[in-house]
Write a protein that binds this ligand. Sequence first.
Ligand code: XIL
Length: 433
Amino acid sequence: MLQIKNRETAKLSPLIVSALLATTLTACGGSSGGGSEQSSSSSESSSSESSSSEESSSSSSSEDNTDGAFSIDPDFQLYALADFPVGVAVSAAGESYSIFNHSDATQRQNVITEHFSELTAGNIMKMSYLHPQEDTFTFGDADELVGFADTNGMTVHGHALVWHSGYQVPGFMENYEGDFAAMLSDHVKGIVNHFESEFPGTVASWDVVNEAVDQGGENGFRQSLFYNELPPASEGDIPEYIRVAFQAARDTGAEIDLYYNDYDNTANDVRLAKTLEIADGLAEGDLIDGVGFQMHVYMTYPSLNDFENAFQEVVDRGLKVKVTELDVAVVNPYGGNAPDELEYDAALAGEQKQRFCDIARVYLETVPAELRGGFTVWGLTDDESWLMNQFRNATGADYDDVWPLLFNADLSAKPALQGVADAFQGNACNSDI
Ligand code: XIL
Protein backbone atom coordinates (compact mmCIF):
# COMPACT_ATOMS: atom_id res chain seq x y z
CA MET A 1 0.00 0.00 0.00
CA LEU A 2 1.41 3.36 -0.90
CA GLN A 3 1.67 6.17 1.55
CA ILE A 4 1.60 9.83 0.76
CA LYS A 5 5.01 11.14 1.70
CA ASN A 6 5.13 13.21 4.82
CA ARG A 7 5.22 16.82 3.72
CA GLU A 8 5.69 18.08 7.28
CA THR A 9 9.30 16.98 7.19
CA ALA A 10 9.91 18.50 3.81
CA LYS A 11 11.51 21.79 3.07
CA LEU A 12 8.71 24.02 1.90
CA SER A 13 9.24 27.47 0.54
CA PRO A 14 6.72 30.22 1.11
CA LEU A 15 4.39 31.11 -1.70
CA ILE A 16 5.20 34.34 -3.35
CA VAL A 17 1.93 36.02 -4.00
CA SER A 18 2.01 38.61 -6.67
CA ALA A 19 0.17 41.84 -6.27
CA LEU A 20 -2.29 42.35 -9.03
CA LEU A 21 -3.68 45.34 -10.76
CA ALA A 22 -7.38 45.93 -10.34
CA THR A 23 -9.32 46.85 -13.39
CA THR A 24 -12.75 46.03 -14.59
CA LEU A 25 -13.57 43.91 -17.56
CA THR A 26 -16.77 43.67 -19.43
CA ALA A 27 -17.00 41.11 -22.13
CA CYS A 28 -19.04 38.35 -23.61
CA GLY A 29 -18.47 34.83 -22.35
CA GLY A 30 -19.30 31.50 -23.84
CA SER A 31 -19.32 27.96 -22.75
CA SER A 32 -18.35 25.06 -24.82
CA GLY A 33 -19.88 21.72 -25.55
CA GLY A 34 -19.32 18.70 -27.71
CA GLY A 35 -16.17 17.14 -29.02
CA SER A 36 -13.96 14.43 -27.68
CA GLU A 37 -11.39 14.72 -24.98
CA GLN A 38 -8.08 15.30 -26.67
CA SER A 39 -4.80 13.56 -26.73
CA SER A 40 -1.72 14.56 -28.59
CA SER A 41 -2.18 11.42 -30.58
CA SER A 42 -5.84 11.87 -31.24
CA SER A 43 -6.92 12.81 -34.67
CA GLU A 44 -10.48 11.85 -33.93
CA SER A 45 -13.05 14.50 -33.60
CA SER A 46 -16.49 13.52 -32.59
CA SER A 47 -19.72 15.25 -33.30
CA SER A 48 -19.55 18.79 -32.22
CA GLU A 49 -22.24 21.11 -31.17
CA SER A 50 -21.87 24.79 -30.77
CA SER A 51 -23.16 26.76 -27.97
CA SER A 52 -22.56 30.21 -26.82
CA SER A 53 -23.93 32.31 -24.10
CA GLU A 54 -23.95 36.00 -23.70
CA GLU A 55 -23.32 37.16 -20.22
CA SER A 56 -21.98 40.39 -18.99
CA SER A 57 -19.41 40.17 -16.28
CA SER A 58 -20.65 40.24 -12.75
CA SER A 59 -19.05 42.47 -10.22
CA SER A 60 -16.41 40.52 -8.43
CA SER A 61 -14.20 40.61 -5.42
CA SER A 62 -11.43 39.11 -7.51
CA GLU A 63 -9.00 41.22 -9.34
CA ASP A 64 -7.90 40.88 -12.89
CA ASN A 65 -4.55 41.29 -14.50
CA THR A 66 -3.74 43.49 -17.37
CA ASP A 67 -4.13 40.43 -19.58
CA GLY A 68 -7.64 39.73 -18.34
CA ALA A 69 -6.94 36.96 -15.85
CA PHE A 70 -8.64 36.74 -12.46
CA SER A 71 -6.91 35.77 -9.29
CA ILE A 72 -7.45 34.78 -5.68
CA ASP A 73 -5.17 34.89 -2.68
CA PRO A 74 -5.43 31.33 -1.34
CA ASP A 75 -5.47 30.85 2.42
CA PHE A 76 -4.86 27.10 1.99
CA GLN A 77 -2.34 24.68 0.55
CA LEU A 78 -4.30 22.59 -1.92
CA TYR A 79 -2.51 19.30 -1.27
CA ALA A 80 -3.06 19.62 2.46
CA LEU A 81 -6.83 19.45 1.92
CA ALA A 82 -6.62 15.97 0.41
CA ASP A 83 -5.61 12.54 1.65
CA PHE A 84 -4.48 11.46 -1.82
CA PRO A 85 -1.75 12.79 -4.13
CA VAL A 86 -2.54 16.16 -5.67
CA GLY A 87 -0.37 16.44 -8.71
CA VAL A 88 0.83 18.78 -11.41
CA ALA A 89 2.62 18.05 -14.68
CA VAL A 90 5.82 20.02 -15.04
CA SER A 91 8.42 20.80 -17.62
CA ALA A 92 12.04 20.25 -16.65
CA ALA A 93 15.58 20.21 -18.04
CA GLY A 94 15.84 22.59 -21.00
CA GLU A 95 12.14 22.60 -21.91
CA SER A 96 10.10 25.78 -22.13
CA TYR A 97 8.67 26.55 -18.69
CA SER A 98 11.22 24.25 -17.06
CA ILE A 99 10.89 24.47 -13.30
CA PHE A 100 14.69 24.53 -13.24
CA ASN A 101 15.60 27.18 -15.76
CA HIS A 102 12.58 29.21 -16.81
CA SER A 103 12.95 32.88 -15.92
CA ASP A 104 10.51 32.44 -13.03
CA ALA A 105 11.83 29.00 -11.98
CA THR A 106 12.15 29.77 -8.28
CA GLN A 107 8.66 31.23 -7.98
CA ARG A 108 7.32 28.33 -10.05
CA GLN A 109 8.91 25.83 -7.67
CA ASN A 110 7.46 27.72 -4.71
CA VAL A 111 3.91 27.58 -6.05
CA ILE A 112 4.31 23.90 -6.88
CA THR A 113 5.58 22.91 -3.45
CA GLU A 114 2.93 25.08 -1.82
CA HIS A 115 -0.04 23.43 -3.50
CA PHE A 116 0.94 20.01 -4.82
CA SER A 117 2.21 16.78 -3.32
CA GLU A 118 3.06 14.98 -6.57
CA LEU A 119 4.77 15.73 -9.88
CA THR A 120 4.38 14.19 -13.30
CA ALA A 121 6.98 14.95 -15.95
CA GLY A 122 5.14 16.45 -18.92
CA ASN A 123 7.73 14.93 -21.25
CA ILE A 124 11.10 14.10 -19.81
CA MET A 125 10.23 10.68 -18.39
CA LYS A 126 8.79 9.39 -21.65
CA MET A 127 10.43 6.47 -23.43
CA SER A 128 13.18 7.92 -25.60
CA TYR A 129 14.15 10.53 -23.02
CA LEU A 130 15.09 7.76 -20.58
CA HIS A 131 16.10 5.01 -22.99
CA PRO A 132 17.37 6.39 -26.31
CA GLN A 133 19.40 3.33 -27.28
CA GLU A 134 19.10 -0.27 -26.32
CA ASP A 135 22.16 -0.23 -24.09
CA THR A 136 21.87 3.41 -22.98
CA PHE A 137 19.61 4.84 -20.33
CA THR A 138 19.80 8.61 -19.73
CA PHE A 139 18.47 9.47 -16.31
CA GLY A 140 20.18 12.80 -15.59
CA ASP A 141 17.25 15.12 -16.34
CA ALA A 142 14.72 12.84 -14.68
CA ASP A 143 16.93 12.44 -11.63
CA GLU A 144 16.98 16.21 -11.23
CA LEU A 145 13.17 16.24 -11.27
CA VAL A 146 12.67 13.20 -9.06
CA GLY A 147 15.37 14.50 -6.72
CA PHE A 148 13.49 17.79 -6.44
CA ALA A 149 10.33 15.91 -5.53
CA ASP A 150 12.21 13.78 -3.04
CA THR A 151 13.81 16.79 -1.36
CA ASN A 152 10.44 18.44 -1.03
CA GLY A 153 8.62 15.40 0.33
CA MET A 154 6.63 14.90 -2.85
CA THR A 155 5.97 11.79 -4.91
CA VAL A 156 6.27 11.40 -8.67
CA HIS A 157 3.80 9.68 -10.97
CA GLY A 158 5.93 8.12 -13.71
CA HIS A 159 4.71 8.82 -17.24
CA ALA A 160 4.96 6.72 -19.37
CA LEU A 161 6.76 3.40 -19.83
CA VAL A 162 5.05 2.41 -23.07
CA TRP A 163 3.35 4.90 -25.40
CA HIS A 164 2.95 4.74 -29.16
CA SER A 165 3.37 8.47 -29.87
CA GLY A 166 6.14 8.77 -32.45
CA TYR A 167 8.17 11.63 -31.02
CA GLN A 168 9.08 9.66 -27.94
CA VAL A 169 9.39 6.06 -29.18
CA PRO A 170 13.10 5.16 -29.12
CA GLY A 171 14.38 4.62 -32.64
CA PHE A 172 15.98 1.32 -31.74
CA MET A 173 12.57 -0.17 -30.98
CA GLU A 174 11.46 0.31 -34.58
CA ASN A 175 12.36 -2.63 -36.80
CA TYR A 176 13.79 -4.37 -33.78
CA GLU A 177 15.29 -7.67 -34.77
CA GLY A 178 15.72 -9.48 -31.47
CA ASP A 179 13.22 -10.78 -28.93
CA PHE A 180 10.81 -7.85 -28.66
CA ALA A 181 9.13 -9.06 -25.48
CA ALA A 182 12.46 -9.49 -23.69
CA MET A 183 13.58 -6.06 -24.89
CA LEU A 184 10.35 -4.40 -23.72
CA SER A 185 10.60 -6.14 -20.41
CA ASP A 186 14.17 -4.91 -19.94
CA HIS A 187 13.06 -1.39 -20.88
CA VAL A 188 10.41 -1.38 -18.17
CA LYS A 189 12.58 -2.99 -15.53
CA GLY A 190 15.59 -0.79 -16.28
CA ILE A 191 13.56 2.36 -15.71
CA VAL A 192 11.50 1.25 -12.73
CA ASN A 193 14.51 -0.23 -10.93
CA HIS A 194 16.61 2.88 -11.46
CA PHE A 195 14.22 5.21 -9.65
CA GLU A 196 13.42 2.66 -7.00
CA SER A 197 17.08 2.25 -6.12
CA GLU A 198 18.05 5.94 -6.43
CA PHE A 199 14.98 7.47 -4.76
CA PRO A 200 13.18 4.66 -2.92
CA GLY A 201 9.44 5.32 -2.70
CA THR A 202 9.49 8.64 -4.55
CA VAL A 203 8.26 7.42 -7.94
CA ALA A 204 5.17 5.92 -6.38
CA SER A 205 3.25 4.95 -9.50
CA TRP A 206 3.67 4.57 -13.24
CA ASP A 207 1.55 4.81 -16.33
CA VAL A 208 2.82 1.48 -17.56
CA VAL A 209 0.95 1.71 -20.84
CA ASN A 210 -0.57 4.88 -22.24
CA GLU A 211 -3.27 5.08 -24.95
CA ALA A 212 -3.57 1.51 -26.23
CA VAL A 213 -7.19 2.04 -27.28
CA ASP A 214 -8.18 3.19 -30.74
CA GLN A 215 -11.78 2.74 -31.57
CA GLY A 216 -11.00 3.09 -35.27
CA GLY A 217 -8.40 0.35 -35.13
CA GLU A 218 -8.83 -3.35 -35.67
CA ASN A 219 -10.66 -4.81 -32.63
CA GLY A 220 -10.51 -1.47 -30.86
CA PHE A 221 -6.82 -1.59 -30.06
CA ARG A 222 -4.33 0.86 -31.47
CA GLN A 223 -2.21 -0.70 -34.19
CA SER A 224 1.00 0.62 -32.75
CA LEU A 225 4.53 -0.62 -33.13
CA PHE A 226 4.03 -2.49 -29.87
CA TYR A 227 0.76 -4.04 -30.99
CA ASN A 228 2.26 -5.18 -34.27
CA GLU A 229 5.15 -6.84 -32.50
CA LEU A 230 3.08 -8.39 -29.72
CA PRO A 231 -0.61 -8.59 -30.68
CA PRO A 232 -3.25 -10.47 -28.68
CA ALA A 233 -2.15 -14.07 -28.16
CA SER A 234 -5.60 -15.25 -29.14
CA GLU A 235 -8.85 -13.66 -30.23
CA GLY A 236 -10.53 -11.82 -27.38
CA ASP A 237 -7.30 -11.32 -25.46
CA ILE A 238 -5.73 -7.99 -24.72
CA PRO A 239 -2.57 -7.27 -26.70
CA GLU A 240 0.39 -9.24 -25.40
CA TYR A 241 2.67 -6.17 -25.18
CA ILE A 242 0.42 -4.71 -22.51
CA ARG A 243 0.68 -7.86 -20.45
CA VAL A 244 4.47 -8.03 -20.95
CA ALA A 245 4.95 -4.42 -19.80
CA PHE A 246 2.80 -4.78 -16.68
CA GLN A 247 4.33 -8.14 -15.82
CA ALA A 248 7.82 -6.64 -16.05
CA ALA A 249 6.85 -3.74 -13.81
CA ARG A 250 5.29 -6.13 -11.29
CA ASP A 251 8.32 -8.40 -11.41
CA THR A 252 10.58 -5.60 -10.19
CA GLY A 253 8.96 -6.08 -6.79
CA ALA A 254 8.89 -2.30 -6.36
CA GLU A 255 6.07 -1.03 -4.17
CA ILE A 256 4.55 1.07 -6.89
CA ASP A 257 1.05 1.37 -8.28
CA LEU A 258 0.69 0.31 -11.90
CA TYR A 259 -1.77 2.23 -14.07
CA TYR A 260 -3.29 1.83 -17.47
CA ASN A 261 -3.87 5.40 -18.75
CA ASP A 262 -6.01 6.67 -21.61
CA TYR A 263 -8.04 9.63 -22.92
CA ASP A 264 -11.62 10.22 -24.01
CA ASN A 265 -12.83 7.27 -21.99
CA THR A 266 -15.50 8.88 -19.85
CA ALA A 267 -18.22 10.03 -22.26
CA ASN A 268 -17.14 7.70 -25.02
CA ASP A 269 -18.69 4.33 -24.19
CA VAL A 270 -16.71 2.41 -26.78
CA ARG A 271 -13.40 3.72 -25.51
CA LEU A 272 -14.45 3.21 -21.88
CA ALA A 273 -15.43 -0.40 -22.59
CA LYS A 274 -12.05 -1.03 -24.20
CA THR A 275 -10.23 0.58 -21.29
CA LEU A 276 -12.12 -1.68 -18.91
CA GLU A 277 -11.36 -4.71 -21.06
CA ILE A 278 -7.65 -3.94 -20.66
CA ALA A 279 -8.07 -3.44 -16.92
CA ASP A 280 -9.97 -6.72 -16.59
CA GLY A 281 -7.40 -8.61 -18.62
CA LEU A 282 -4.60 -7.32 -16.40
CA ALA A 283 -6.54 -7.75 -13.17
CA GLU A 284 -6.82 -11.50 -13.82
CA GLY A 285 -3.10 -11.77 -13.20
CA ASP A 286 -3.12 -9.09 -10.48
CA LEU A 287 -0.96 -6.97 -12.77
CA ILE A 288 -2.78 -3.64 -12.44
CA ASP A 289 -3.55 -1.33 -9.54
CA GLY A 290 -5.54 1.41 -11.21
CA VAL A 291 -6.90 3.18 -14.23
CA GLY A 292 -5.75 6.66 -15.18
CA PHE A 293 -8.23 9.03 -16.80
CA GLN A 294 -6.40 11.79 -18.66
CA MET A 295 -9.40 14.12 -18.67
CA HIS A 296 -8.52 16.82 -21.16
CA VAL A 297 -12.04 18.17 -20.92
CA TYR A 298 -14.24 21.17 -21.58
CA MET A 299 -16.71 23.30 -19.68
CA THR A 300 -19.77 21.21 -20.45
CA TYR A 301 -18.34 18.08 -22.02
CA PRO A 302 -18.18 15.37 -20.77
CA SER A 303 -21.06 15.54 -18.32
CA LEU A 304 -20.63 14.97 -14.61
CA ASN A 305 -22.67 11.79 -15.05
CA ASP A 306 -20.14 10.55 -17.58
CA PHE A 307 -17.30 11.04 -15.10
CA GLU A 308 -19.28 9.36 -12.34
CA ASN A 309 -20.15 6.38 -14.50
CA ALA A 310 -16.57 5.86 -15.69
CA PHE A 311 -15.07 6.19 -12.21
CA GLN A 312 -17.71 3.83 -10.81
CA GLU A 313 -16.84 1.12 -13.32
CA VAL A 314 -13.26 1.16 -12.08
CA VAL A 315 -14.26 1.33 -8.43
CA ASP A 316 -16.56 -1.68 -8.96
CA ARG A 317 -13.49 -3.63 -10.01
CA GLY A 318 -11.65 -2.70 -6.81
CA LEU A 319 -9.08 -0.71 -8.78
CA LYS A 320 -7.77 2.78 -8.07
CA VAL A 321 -8.96 5.77 -10.04
CA LYS A 322 -6.44 8.47 -10.87
CA VAL A 323 -7.22 11.68 -12.69
CA THR A 324 -3.88 11.95 -14.46
CA GLU A 325 -3.93 14.93 -16.83
CA LEU A 326 -6.82 17.23 -16.03
CA ASP A 327 -7.26 20.47 -17.89
CA VAL A 328 -10.52 22.28 -18.55
CA ALA A 329 -10.32 24.37 -21.70
CA VAL A 330 -12.91 27.15 -21.70
CA VAL A 331 -12.62 27.15 -25.46
CA ASN A 332 -13.77 24.09 -27.38
CA PRO A 333 -12.64 24.20 -30.99
CA TYR A 334 -14.64 21.06 -31.70
CA GLY A 335 -17.68 22.62 -30.08
CA GLY A 336 -17.64 25.57 -32.42
CA ASN A 337 -15.59 28.14 -30.51
CA ALA A 338 -13.48 30.19 -32.88
CA PRO A 339 -10.19 31.43 -31.41
CA ASP A 340 -11.27 35.02 -31.06
CA GLU A 341 -14.79 34.30 -29.88
CA LEU A 342 -14.24 34.27 -26.16
CA GLU A 343 -12.82 36.57 -23.59
CA TYR A 344 -11.91 35.18 -20.24
CA ASP A 345 -14.24 37.38 -18.24
CA ALA A 346 -15.44 37.17 -14.64
CA ALA A 347 -18.46 35.05 -15.52
CA LEU A 348 -16.33 32.52 -17.35
CA ALA A 349 -13.72 32.42 -14.58
CA GLY A 350 -16.56 31.71 -12.13
CA GLU A 351 -18.05 29.00 -14.32
CA GLN A 352 -14.65 27.39 -14.62
CA LYS A 353 -14.22 27.49 -10.85
CA GLN A 354 -17.52 25.64 -10.54
CA ARG A 355 -16.53 23.14 -13.24
CA PHE A 356 -13.24 22.28 -11.53
CA CYS A 357 -15.11 22.00 -8.23
CA ASP A 358 -17.77 19.72 -9.71
CA ILE A 359 -15.17 17.42 -11.27
CA ALA A 360 -13.27 17.14 -7.99
CA ARG A 361 -16.54 16.64 -6.10
CA VAL A 362 -17.62 13.79 -8.39
CA TYR A 363 -14.21 12.21 -7.91
CA LEU A 364 -14.54 12.34 -4.12
CA GLU A 365 -18.16 11.25 -4.09
CA THR A 366 -17.62 8.30 -6.44
CA VAL A 367 -14.22 7.00 -5.44
CA PRO A 368 -13.81 5.73 -1.87
CA ALA A 369 -10.74 6.97 0.00
CA GLU A 370 -8.76 3.75 -0.37
CA LEU A 371 -9.14 3.80 -4.16
CA ARG A 372 -8.21 7.44 -4.74
CA GLY A 373 -5.01 7.30 -6.74
CA GLY A 374 -4.73 11.03 -7.09
CA PHE A 375 -5.86 14.16 -8.84
CA THR A 376 -3.39 15.76 -11.27
CA VAL A 377 -3.60 18.83 -13.50
CA TRP A 378 -1.67 18.91 -16.79
CA GLY A 379 0.46 21.98 -16.25
CA LEU A 380 0.72 24.82 -13.76
CA THR A 381 0.02 28.05 -15.63
CA ASP A 382 -2.43 28.72 -18.45
CA ASP A 383 0.27 29.98 -20.79
CA GLU A 384 2.29 26.75 -20.62
CA SER A 385 -0.62 24.47 -21.54
CA TRP A 386 -0.08 22.04 -24.41
CA LEU A 387 -3.64 22.67 -25.60
CA MET A 388 -2.99 25.76 -27.71
CA ASN A 389 -0.60 23.72 -29.85
CA GLN A 390 -2.96 20.80 -29.87
CA PHE A 391 -5.91 22.91 -31.01
CA ARG A 392 -3.79 24.67 -33.60
CA ASN A 393 -2.64 21.36 -35.00
CA ALA A 394 -6.17 20.02 -35.06
CA THR A 395 -7.93 23.02 -36.56
CA GLY A 396 -5.28 25.17 -38.21
CA ALA A 397 -6.48 28.18 -36.22
CA ASP A 398 -4.40 30.07 -33.67
CA TYR A 399 -5.60 29.77 -30.09
CA ASP A 400 -3.53 32.21 -28.03
CA ASP A 401 -4.99 31.01 -24.74
CA VAL A 402 -7.70 28.58 -23.68
CA TRP A 403 -7.29 29.17 -19.92
CA PRO A 404 -7.37 25.48 -18.91
CA LEU A 405 -5.42 25.38 -15.64
CA LEU A 406 -5.40 26.57 -12.03
CA PHE A 407 -2.83 29.38 -12.20
CA ASN A 408 -2.45 32.49 -14.30
CA ALA A 409 0.64 33.20 -16.38
CA ASP A 410 2.01 35.40 -13.57
CA LEU A 411 1.68 32.43 -11.16
CA SER A 412 -1.24 33.96 -9.27
CA ALA A 413 -3.96 31.46 -8.36
CA LYS A 414 -7.17 31.43 -10.36
CA PRO A 415 -10.65 31.08 -8.88
CA ALA A 416 -10.49 27.55 -10.32
CA LEU A 417 -8.00 26.66 -7.58
CA GLN A 418 -10.59 27.73 -5.04
CA GLY A 419 -13.08 25.49 -6.83
CA VAL A 420 -10.91 22.41 -6.33
CA ALA A 421 -10.25 23.43 -2.74
CA ASP A 422 -13.99 23.80 -2.12
CA ALA A 423 -14.60 20.26 -3.32
CA PHE A 424 -11.69 18.86 -1.30
CA GLN A 425 -13.13 20.57 1.79
CA GLY A 426 -16.63 19.27 1.16
CA ASN A 427 -18.02 22.72 0.46
CA ALA A 428 -20.77 23.31 -2.09
CA CYS A 429 -19.56 24.21 -5.55
CA ASN A 430 -20.41 27.68 -6.80
CA SER A 431 -19.38 30.16 -9.44
CA ASP A 432 -18.87 33.13 -7.11
CA ILE A 433 -15.62 34.96 -7.55
C1 XIL B 1 1.92 16.12 -24.23
C2 XIL B 1 2.85 17.19 -23.68
O1 XIL B 1 2.15 18.00 -22.77
C3 XIL B 1 3.39 18.02 -24.81
O2 XIL B 1 4.39 18.91 -24.34
C4 XIL B 1 3.99 17.13 -25.90
O3 XIL B 1 4.32 17.92 -27.01
C5 XIL B 1 3.00 16.05 -26.33
O4 XIL B 1 2.57 15.34 -25.19
N1 XIL B 1 -1.68 12.68 -23.33
C6 XIL B 1 -0.54 12.28 -22.68
C7 XIL B 1 0.56 13.23 -22.49
O5 XIL B 1 -0.50 11.16 -22.15
O6 XIL B 1 1.81 12.60 -22.50
C8 XIL B 1 0.53 14.32 -23.52
O7 XIL B 1 1.53 15.28 -23.18
C9 XIL B 1 -0.84 14.95 -23.58
C10 XIL B 1 -1.85 13.94 -23.98
